[in-house]
Design a protein. Structure first.
Length: 172
């Protein structure tokens, strides 16, 4: 156990024949006591400073650990967000490609249907023109001929008209 200033102050030495000067020893001990008190006080102050610094160090170590964990969590969250965004982008692209394919296929089907309708209308118009031409020619023949002979020709002409229609239908 270390000496205290009081231990030094209360210390008594035994006396001998040729001993030291008592006043000089007491003066020296008083100086030692003062210096020892100063050392003890400085030691306590340094110890208190060490405690404060240690508390701050512990606090900053906790902050560092918390920040480190926070950075790791933030990085993991960023990675997860990035991966989710990539997946979502891929899904959007696939959906857009499906929609584009569907639209193209629908457009091609409509185009084919319209082309078939156009062809059918062309055939019908051609048949209509041929029938109308035949009818007009038959009417002109009737107008140009008089009498029963014209009726017989009309029957022949009608037969020819029917033959023309059959030929037209066979073509289309």
């Amino acid at each position: 156990m270390p000496l205290t200033p009081l231990d030094i102050h209360n210390k008594e030495f035994s006396r001998r024949i040729r001993g030291y000067d008592e006043d000089e020893v007491n003066e020296f001990l008083d100086q030692v006591i003062k210096d020892y008190e100063i050392v003890i006080r400085e030691n306590k102050e340094l110890h208190n400073q060490i405690l404060v610094v240690q508390e701050k160090l512990d606090h900053f170590a906790n902050i560092e650990e918390t920040l480190s964990k926070t950075i790791i969590v933030a990085q993991e969250a960023a990675d997860e967000v990035r991966n989710n965004a990539k997946k979502e982008a891929q899904l959007i692209v696939k959906e857009a490609e499906k929609n584009a394919d569907r639209i193209v296929n629908e457009s091609l089907a409509k185009s084919r249907k319209i082309a078939l309708e156009v062809e059918e209308l062309k055939k019908q118009a051609s048949i209509y023109r041929a029938r109308f031409r035949t009818l007009v020619e038959a009417q002109l023949d009737l107008l140009s001929q008089d009498g029963w002979e014209s009726l017989e020709d009309r029957d022949r002409h009608a037969d020819r008209h029917l033959d023309n229609e059959r030929e037209i239908k066979e073509i289309y």
